[in-house]
Write a protein that binds this ligand. Sequence first.
Ligand code: HSE
Length: 303
Amino acid sequence: MSPPNAIRVQIPATTANLGPGFDCLGLALGLYNTVELSVSAITEVHVTGEGAGQLPLSEANLVLRAANKLAAEAGINVPGWRLRQHNDIPLARGLGSSSAAIVGGLVATNELLGAEITTGGLLQLAAQIEGHPDNVAPALYGGLTVCGIEQEQVYCAPLPAPQSLAVVLAIPDFEVSTEMARRVLPDEVPFADAVFNTSHAAMALAALVSENWNLLGAAMKDRLHQPYRAELMPGMEEVIAAAVEAGAYGAALSGSGPTVVAFAGEEDSAVAEAMVQAFKARNIQVRTVWTSVSNQGATVLSE
Ligand code: HSE
């Protein structure tokens, strides 16, 4: 039974980077986690679904770290929390599970405490906890988001998601933490690679906004992070190539991986099968999930 004053929030999975838009572009997906939060004398955490038995059942839980940050920001002292978390987003696969936890904690606490922090304010807090804005922004707003940081301020343009896209996720059976995937990135890149990514990120954004799928196919190439991350994710480059070869508009590493995301006009088993076979050729077990792009950001659910 839920306590009468509990707040329930549903938060979408996200795919960030979209190839060239490193730390900048993100899309919300039709796959969700739910958090249910109330104030309690002692802290009690219950997790079901993905991450059950793995995620901390204490205030080290990311949902509660976000809740405590918001409470501190609002100057409200909370003795403890009662948290029920149900996760459909796989952990550490590049699908925004930590962003969903952070955004869920912030949105639920804001509602619960009547703190009245604006969505823009929640984005700042979420990006401070996560360290980059490109997953937390679509988790919060839904749709397609374009983010950048200027003098510690997160700027974000939330845009409607293209509706005519089917999304397939090839999710390998191993985890890669974002921390590990950022450690392999170089301090500097060649000027030509920076120019390549600037143009391709702009092309990808224009393609998504104008639903120009030929342009998206040309745009989803990257020289800033995917080549460096390939060593952590055997098969990634072959899986991306196999998806496109089988008819996907474009494909990329989802966030910091190891999931590979591909976009198509409709659910097409040939695309999913090609991705599975390319991973299998490297002895990697993988599951595929078809989903859609979602305009629904974090939402407070009424009973
Ligand atoms: N832009 C971030 C990265 C996303 O690629 O490291 C992490 O999910």
